[in-house]
Design a protein around this ligand. Structure first.
Ligand code: ARG
Length: 591
């Protein structure tokens, strides 16, 4: 067990395998006992514990089998039957049969050194799926991309990054709202304002949101315009060239605006907007109809779903399709054409019911298994609102929605001002100042969003997120830069040390830090499978805290343990950088 090849990755899983062998030996007749291994939260209960004894005891008792006097005896037996492994230093049974494990210092040190040599990718979680779709960001054409879309972009990107790190092929989908009746009025308004539409470009239209508002005004005020707009929708859907071209032009202008945000945030997305699924809708609805799932109701065609007091409308009473028809079809496409096993939707919690209904319909149709955790599966990743200082939905003073690019600009310029205040411009190049300001500014915006449980609302506050104290990206980025500077100051070549040096975890604070490093893999797996980036943020923050404690109590440079401690510094920096990477934050190396 736990030979060299297995000294990688998820410690919890490695231990689970050891306990599995012990359980087989303890209760050979029970074939379906899954080992339950968790990290201990309290130090005196060791590093990890196996919690099978109680459940197993009641199970045996239920069957009339009485070879054990109580759960502690089961725990003792599990402990006794543990195979020999270099991972474990010692074990003891506590309370009602918990088997507590103390990891071996030597094994821990060896595993960390191995990661230093082989790279942190060897600590990547292994998931059971090959391909996932992450549907995120997904703003609407000609409407503003608001802070809700910013949240979706940031959270979705992190989820995609964690899955990609775990060797899942991720289709990063931008499901933009590029279809629907609003295009009729937009196109007609475009024709009115620009009779020669070839000449239309971004600068001519100016602000697309104002353009949207103006066309809405025309639509509401002028019944003749309204009629023309409604006809335009039909002509667009019929594929008439002039209308398709105008539509494409409007989309292109919006797209440029969206792309400027993605570029700044360094987020990759592949657009497959609502319009993409349009040609597939009729056959998908027909399929559902043939299965007897679709019914007539008040002129519309709907699917009634148990547990919901409204039906899912799949064809509107005017014969048109809607948001739900598109989402059902997109789901069908992702399952059948793209062969995705896990399809993840990142939107505000307000859309939860919509997705629950779509997922339920897909289950009744037999597209998805009914068991919750079986693949293929779908998940809605909901998030709360972004609030302003006043506790209300985040807006600027003018009560207009906040433009995302302005927001990012401000984050950057504020962090730049701090760098200049610290007179960094004296010894840094202009590029260095700029890149650091960007990494810190954008990192701060991302981290402030990701560190909260996504379901809670969070308050957008520049002063707070850009503070260098507390749980902020600034604090964490500086902590990382400080570690890099310790290594630089030592004057040692870490690459050389990795090959020749020895790592040991003798001091209590070295051991705590080492254990935390070793938990990286299981934490990423937990954050990823539960779709909760805040778990990773918390891990990163605690890593930095553990490092501070180590650094204040253990002298690094000039000490007898210098080599080992420099290696521990390097391992911490490596894990921190991977956390930053997964959170979409660019690390900085000097402060
Ligand atoms: N465009 C939608 C909005 O702005 C979000 C789309 C989310 N994805 C989806 N497949 N429905 O609210």
């Amino acid at each position: 067990m736990a030979n060299d090849e297995e000294n990688v990755g998820n410690v919890k899983k490695l231990l689970a395998r050891v306990f599995e062998l012990s359980l087989q030996a303890t209760v050979p007749d029970e074939t379906d006992v899954e080992p339950i291994v968790t990290a201990s939260t309290v130090g005196r209960f060791g590093d990890y514990q196996c919690n099978n004894a109680m459940g197993l005891f009641s199970k045996l008792k239920g069957k009339g089998g009485g070879q054990f006097r109580g759960p502690p005896a089961v725990g003792q037996a599990i402990m006794k039957n543990l195979p020999q492994t270099e991972m474990i230093e010692s074990c003891f049974v506590a309370g009602p049969g918990f088997v507590n494990v103390v990891l071996s210092n030597k094994w821990m040190a060896k595993s960390i050194l191995k990661m230093l040599l082989d790279g942190i990718d060897t600590w990547a979680p292994k998931l059971s799926i090959k391909r996932a779709v992450v549907d995120f960001s997904s703003p609407n054409i000609a409407k503003e991309m608001h802070v809700g879309h910013l949240r979706s972009t940031i959270i979705g990107d992190t989820i995609a990054r964690m899955l990609e790190f775990s060797h899942v092929d991720v289709l990063r989908r931008n499901h933009v709202g590029d279809w629907g009746t609003q295009f009729g009025m937009l196109i007609e308004h475009l024709f009115e304002k620009f009779p020669n539409i070839e000449a239309v470009n971004e600068t001519a239209i100016g602000d697309l949101q104002a353009f949207y508002k103006a066309s809405k005004q025309r639509f509401d005020d002028d019944s003749e315009f309204k009629e023309r707009a409604q006809k335009a929708v039909v002509r667009l859907q019929g594929g008439e060239k002039r209308y398709r071209d105008a539509w494409a032009q409007i989309c292109a202008i919006s797209r440029r605006e969206f792309d400027s945000v993605y570029k700044r945030l360094k987020v990759e997305l592949e657009e497959k907007g609502e319009s993409f699924y349009n040609p597939f809708i009729p056959s998908v609805i027909e399929g559902l109809t043939n299965q007897g799932l679709v019914e007539e109701s008040e002129g519309a065609r709907v699917i009634f779903l148990e547990g919901f007091n409204i039906p899912l409308i799949v064809v509107k009473s005017d014969g048109g399709y809607n948001y739900a028809s598109t989402d059902l079809t997109a789901l069908w496409y992702r399952l059948n054409e793209e062969k995705a096993e896990w399809i993840i939707y990142v939107t505000d919690v307000g859309q939860q019911q919509h997705f629950e209904m779509v997922f339920k319909a897909a289950k009744i149709a037999g597209w998805l298994p009914t068991e919750a955790n079986k693949y293929p599966r779908t998940s809605h990743v909901g998030f709360g609102l972004v609030l302003g200082e006043d506790g209300k939905r985040f807006r600027t003073r003018s009560t207009e929605v906040v433009r995302l690019v302005d927001l990012l600009d401000e984050a950057k310029s504020r962090s730049k001002a701090v760098l200049e205040e610290r007179e960094k411009d004296k010894d840094w190049t202009k590029e260095e100042i700029d890149q650091t300001a960007e990494a810190v500014g954008y990192g701060a915006v991302k981290y402030a969003d990701l560190k909260n449980n996504r379901l809670t609302n969070y308050t957008f506050n520049f002063d707070q997120m850009l503070s260098d104290k507390g749980n902020t990206a600034v604090y964490l980025l500086y902590a990382h830069a400080r570690i890099c500077s310790i290594i630089r100051k030592s004057g040692k070549d870490v690459e050389e040390l990795k090959k020749t040096g020895v790592l040991s975890l003798e001091h209590q604070d070295e051991r705590v830090l080492g254990l935390h490093l070793l938990r990286f893999s299981e934490i990423v797996e937990e954050a990823c499978t539960n779709l909760l980036p805040n778990i990773l943020c918390e891990y990163l923050y605690n890593l930095s805290e553990n490092f501070s404690k180590f650094y204040s109590n253990c002298q690094v440079i000039g000490s007898a343990e210098e080599t080992s401690r420099l290696l521990l510094c390097e391992a911490t920096a490596m894990v921190m950088r991977k956390c930053f990477f997964l959170l979409g934050i660019t690390p900085v190396y000097k402060i």
